[in-house]
Design a binder for this molecule. Structure first.
Ligand SMILES: Nc1nc2c(c(=O)[nH]1)N[C@H]1C(S)=C(S)[C@@H](COP(=O)(O)O)O[C@H]1N2
Ligand SMILES: [Mo]
Length: 390
């Protein structure tokens, strides 16, 4: 079931190989001359990477061909509308418990010292159902959040930093038996302590290009090592306060519910139900692409986590032993690409699965090991993939 590359693709790759040094990093050809894709037999024909209405885009992992996801393939998703903001008129307000409230333009941010980070993330709803396509990795440019906070001067009582997007929608706000329909802006918060770490950034460029409308133009927050939901797009206000922020996207809809203790059944009094916020990326590996060159197969994929260094990625074929994959070094918060060289693949259908272990000995869980997680977000379970070897 190997898919031959088209002549044009082969020529493009050949030309790319010849000009390697002149090319941007995402154009590095992952496939050598003569290397061909092996199709997955479990990739649903009905799976649509990008709906026709253009409201969201999934990354087609089968085309993974380098560390950096090109801008026109970078996944995007959001809950409300996608506002089209005028960069010249747009201001980011810094309000609340600050010594000096600010109104920053894009030009103001660009005048501050710029910094760069390669950051990979996934939506916390990313899963086998989404063919893991709610994930990407890019180089973001902008200014450190803490520099902006320093300019405004953090008030003594401030404990929480809330980020509002310019997008808005009607939400059901539920209080006991009452439901209010309230139009409000998308908003998320982090603690002041997290906001003052070096990593959080207000970014205006992705892979050297201005953000697009879909990726949050003109400015968004990036929280390296966190799930996508933290990266507020179309940033319009940064508000400092003392109290916890309880907006729906913070306190209700981005939570994980799991059971601990007892048997885990609803009737067992020993079982506790624990709710946690969706924050840092859980350790996860995903097989993206399988190729064949001569008699050898390569199994490639990515790893995402909170930045903790990795110990190993392993791949298992059918009921065989776990075998180690090579991990390509990359920046702390970049996703890490791995390659497993699969020798002696026999004709027929095979199941491939990967698992990653970090230096603390944390291992990516199996589906069964995650069974105590009752809500669907934060699915970092090992995902089997099927291929047919000709
Ligand atoms: N303003 C705003 N920012 C947002 C959202 C949103 O609905 N509105 N969705 C969040 C979610 S759930 C995810 S997964 C990421 C997706 O980022 P991307 O569209 O750039 O890939 O954006 C986050 N930032
Ligand atoms: Mo998300």
């Amino acid at each position: 079931m190997a898919t031959q590359l088209t002549r044009r693709e082969t020529l493009t790759r050949g030309a790319a190989a010849a000009m390697l040094l002149a090319l941007p990093e995402w154009a590095l050809p992952a496939l050598a001359q003569g290397e061909v894709d092996v199709a997955f037999t479990d990739y649903p024909d009905t799976f649509v990477a990008s709906p026709a209405n253009g409201e969201r885009r999934f990354l087609d992992l089968r085309k993974l061909d380098g560390l950096i996801t090109p801008n026109d393939r970078f996944f995007f998703i959001q809950h409300y509308n996608r506002p089209e903001l005028d960069a010249a008129a747009h201001r980011i307000k810094v309000t609340g418990m600050v010594k000096k409230p600010l109104e920053l333009s894009l030009a103001d941010l660009k005048a501050m010292p710029a910094t760069d980070i390669v950051n990979g993330y996934e939506c916390s709803g990313n899963s086998p159902r989404a063919m893991q396509g709610l994930s990407s990795n890019g180089r973001f440019t902008g200014v450190r959040l803490r520099e902006v906070l320093k300019r405004a001067g953090v008030g003594d009582a401030a404990r929480e930093v809330v980020f509002f997007g310019a997008d808005r929608g009607k939400e059901d706000v539920v209080f006991r038996q009452q439901t209010f329909k309230i139009e409000q802006q998308f908003a998320r918060s982090i603690t002041l302590e997290n906001a003052q770490k070096p990593e959080p950034m207000l970014v205006y460029a992705l892979n050297g290009q201005p953000l697009t409308r879909d990726s949050g133009f003109p400015v968004r927050l990036v929280m390296p090592g966190w799930y996508g939901v933290a990266n507020v797009k179309w940033l319009s206000e940064i508000h400092l306060q003392e109290d916890r922020f309880l907006g729906n996207y913070q306190a209700r809809w981005y939570r994980t519910v799991r059971t601990v203790g007892g048997t885990g059944t609803e009737t067992d009094p020993e079982t506790q139900w624990v709710e946690t916020e969706v924050t840092r990326l859980n350790l996860k590996s995903v097989i993206a692409r399988v190729t064949k060159m001569g008699g050898a197969h390569s199994v490639r994929g990515w790893v995402l986590n909170d930045g903790t260094p990795l110990r190993s990625v392993e791949v298992k074929v059918d009921d065989g032993p776990w075998k180690s994959a090579a991990i390509e070094p990359a920046e702390k918060h970049s996703w890490k690409l791995f390659t497993y060289t699969w020798e002696g693949a026999t004709p027929g259908e095979h199941t491939l699965i990967s698992r990653v272990t970090d230096v603390n000995g944390q291992v990516q869980p199996t589906v069964a090991e995650l069974s105590r997680k009752k809500s669907f977000l934060e699915d970092n379970s090992q995902m089997p993939r099927k291929v047919m070897i000709a």
